[in-house]
Design a protein around this ligand. Structure first.
Ligand code: GLN
Ligand code: ZN
Length: 759
């Protein structure tokens, strides 16, 4: 059978986040491993049956994960560092130790999956890693689906992407690269493919998205060698190798020339790939799995245009199948679960379930002709046209404000004079201590928000509860001895959604959860039209907090790039234009905070790195609009106002110049896990502003000892003069518990005091 219509992957957290609840209950010791396994099994069953019944001709398998598919691949092939196997835990708990750490052993490093907001765990590969078929999950899940009568196509991270995303294990020789182990890993993949073949598996999908980023000659040569070798195996399933999130460039030609049966390309990201397809040699005897339905955004597809694109591809390949551009992991489950979306916007939307139908309809139209799906095509037409022409997309006031912008609207006073002016008002000690903004979100706080939503308490009662919480957080910070305080963000469900709910141009969902990492999900708002801010959003809380203490309280805003990165964004105008609109709204908020007496304002841009295009040739354009947006948001402030920003998720190398261009007075940045390396990178490009390299990793429940923090601060002082160094954790504290947070912050202050005494 050919592939026909398929999706590259599916959400797995559960339509009602069943997996999240089951995981967290297991981790907390409230339920057993077999209860967790049962929830997982039910979720898999539901997905397989749904996808088959929807009419996909090929259903992806092995897309379930207890935490992360890259970690799964490492575990499948036995790439588990010894420090975890030595813990002597059973396989499930070893897996969770890798993902979350245990008291004695921190977890694997975690980083972003390409340019998405999904995080994977970074495998550690060394010269002695023993690759073998160590875990049989892909095989078992094939059988499990088969028993339900569903034939699946096991999906795995491909061997090259796996090694390219891995890092060298500690202690590996300096010249060692994980890719050096390709042949050994390939042997293990070969073994798995053989096993799958013996079980009757017809197709296997090996994802190689790493090839949409710049790759060396040698990487491409490896690609050719790997898929030639796998293709030449006699005992194997058919191989389907997709890339996604971008144009695979030459990798497509390389793949097309190997003896695999199908290649997949993302045709949503741009026209560059599409136009080249007819010239790719070797495609004519393969199936081209055309990623025509956007797997990352939530707009209903224009099926007429999808089909006309598909028609142009027919001559390019032996067969053309329709699929999503990437796994549907990155969109929520089902629009039908929403009860509260503006009825004028809702018809414009398609989540995973709707996208599956779009794939099926397009696939049928392609293989059987349009007649059989005429009604579906007609029904799809009017919402698409309606969105294109809707008046709700435009706000002339916003548009004329944008047109009136001048270069001075993007510039602040000279740093030297800002610095002096700020020092005069703020009078901070050396090595000022602060946090990134949020404090733990207690059940109480969450309950109060829910109670306000469902009307159990009124606004006055809600405000009182939040005020009490803020007071508690302020007192705690004073008592611990922090220098620049925060209000703790108790009123925010999420740093992006909170702002979007208070701006025009957005709608939010109730059930639109998307996995971010492990059991963590986010509910990205939907930015559908021109953005503006009708009235102040945060000033009331900031003012309250400042009124409770003599120490400076930092106002806390989310930056324009991050708001875009963590929303589903309109696709009818350039992102840079949308960014400017959001920036103006934040600029208004900065002014109002200033007017309310807030002297330190942090504009978070944790996602600045995330939106960086995967290919270097597109970096400059992106960074230029991203930096402009930040500067537009912040440069309306006076010179005495200290502007902070916060960046996380390491690997700052490629945006290091942009960090300088942001021109923030103080930048707090993730650094603990990379042991402060980022400071030297910043020095190398002449960064000369305040810097707060995170002194401990907040992603793990582990409490750092004061000695560890002192050591890191010592290391930081080798790179940064004491006048510029700030002390703070790596990121916000909202996902942690109070016990750990208190202990960690006390140790942070103690370490700082020790260093201050030694100066
Ligand atoms: N101010 C935010 C917080 O502390 C920043 C979060 C982030 O960087 N992701 O929660
Ligand atoms: Zn952060």
């Amino acid at each position: 059978m050919t592939i026909g219509s398929t999706v590259l992957g599916y959400p797995r957290i559960g339509p009602r986040r069943e997996l999240k609840r089951a995981l967290e209950s297991y981790w907390a010791g409230r339920s057993s491993a077999s209860e967790l396994r049962e929830v997982a099994r039910e979720l898999r069953t539901g997905t397989w049956l749904e996808l088959r019944d929807a009419g996909l001709t090929s259903v992806p398998g092995n897309t379930f994960s207890y935490y992360d598919q890259v970690l799964d691949t490492a575990v499948t092939f036995g790439a588990i560092p010894e420090r975890y196997t030595e813990l002597g835990l059973d396989s499930l708990d070893t897996y969770f130790a890798l993902a979350r750490g245990v008291e004695s052993t921190p977890p694997l490093e975690m980083t972003k999956w390409f340019d998405t907001n999904y995080h994977y765990l970074v495998p550690e590969i060394g010269p002695d890693t023993e690759f073998r078929l160590a875990d049989r999950t892909p095989i078992e899940q094939y059988r499990e689906a088969a028993e339900l009568g569903v034939t699946t196509r096991p999906v795995l991270v491909g061997p090259l992407t796996f090694l390219l995303l891995s890092k060298s294990a500690d202690g590996a020789p300096e010249r060692f690269r994980p890719l050096d182990r390709l042949d050994d890993l390939l042997a293990a993949y070969t073994e798995l493919l053989g096993e799958l073949h013996r079980r009757g598996v017809e197709w296997v999908q090996l994802d190689e998205p790493a090839f949409v980023a710049d790759r060396s000659r040698q990487d491409l040569e490896h690609l050719r060698r790997v898929y030639r070798a796998l293709g030449e195996l006699t005992e194997r399933p058919k191989l389907f190798v997709p890339t996604y999130f971008g144009d695979p460039g030459e990798a497509l030609d390389v793949l097309a020339a190997t003896p695999i049966e199908a290649v997949g390309v993302d045709l949503v990201v741009g026209t560059s790939v599409r136009d080249r397809l007819p010239t790719v040699r070797g495609l004519r005897d393969k199936t081209l799995v055309a990623g025509l339905i956007d797997g990352r955004n939530i707009w209903r597809a224009d099926l007429d245009s999808v089909l006309s694109t598909a028609a142009t591809l027919l001559g390019a390949a032996g067969a053309v199948a329709v699929s999503t551009s990437c796994s549907l992991l990155h969109v929520p489950y089902d629009v039908a679960a929403e009860t509260n979306i503006d009825p004028r916007v809702e018809p414009w939307l398609a989540f995973a379930r709707q996208k599956v139908s779009e794939v099926v309809v397009a696939g049928r139209a392609l293989s059987e002709g349009r007649a059989g799906v005429r009604d579906d095509l007609t029904a799809a037409r009017s919402p698409v046209a309606d969105r294109r022409t809707s008046e709700r997309l435009r706000d002339e006031g916003v548009r004329s404000r944008l047109e009136a912008l001048r270069p001075r609207d993007f510039r602040r006073a000279e740093y030297a004079s800002r610095r002096e002016a700020q020092q005069r008002v703020l009078k901070l000690p050396s090595l000022p201590t602060t946090t990134i903004g949020s404090f733990p979100q207690t059940t109480d706080v969450r309950k109060a928000r829910a109670a306000l939503r469902d009307g159990t308490i009124d606004r006055t009662a809600y405000k009182q509860r939040m005020t009490d919480e803020i007071e508690r957080v302020v007192r705690l910070q004073e008592e611990i001895g922090l220098d620049v305080l925060v209000h703790g963000e108790p009123e925010r469900n999420d740093m992006v959604q909170y702002f979007s709910e208070n701006m025009e141009g957005f709608v939010s969902t109730e059930q639109g959860w998307v996995q971010s990492y492990g059991s963590r999900c986010v509910r990205p708002p939907i930015l559908f039209g021109d953005v503006s801010r009708p009235k102040p959003i945060t000033t009331e809380w900031a003012k309250k907090a400042q009124g409770m203490t003599d120490r400076p309280v930092k106002g806390m805003l989310t930056g324009p790039v991050t708001i875009l990165a963590w929303s589903f964004v309109r696709d009818d105008q350039p992102l840079g234009d949308t960014a400017k609109q959001v920036a103006l709204a934040i600029r208004d908020e900065v002014s109002d905070l200033e007017a309310a007496g807030i002297g330190v304002i942090q504009v978070d841009e944790p996602a600045l790195r995330e939106l960086l295009p995967l290919r270097t040739e597109h970096h400059a354009e992106y960074l230029s609009w991203a930096v402009d947006a930040f500067r537009l948001a912040t440069s309306g402030s006076s010179e005495t106002t200290q502007i902070h920003t916060h960046l996380c998720y390491s690997e700052f190398g490629e945006i290091i110049d942009a960090i300088v261009s942001l021109d923030a007075d103080v930048t707090s940045i993730e650094a603990a896990r990379s042991r402060m390396e980022v400071l030297d990178d910043l020095n190398a490009v002449g960064f000369a502003r305040g810097i707060g390299p995170g002194v401990y990793d907040i992603h793990s429940p582990r409490v750092p000892r004061a000695e560890e923090i002192e050591q890191l601060l010592g290391a930081a002082l080798n790179s940064v003069p004491v006048e510029r160094l700030w002390v703070n954790p790596d990121c916000g504290l909202k996902t942690r518990g109070y016990a750990e947070v208190e202990a960690a912050l006390r140790n942070t202050v103690e370490a700082t005091e020790r260093i201050r005494r030694s100066l």
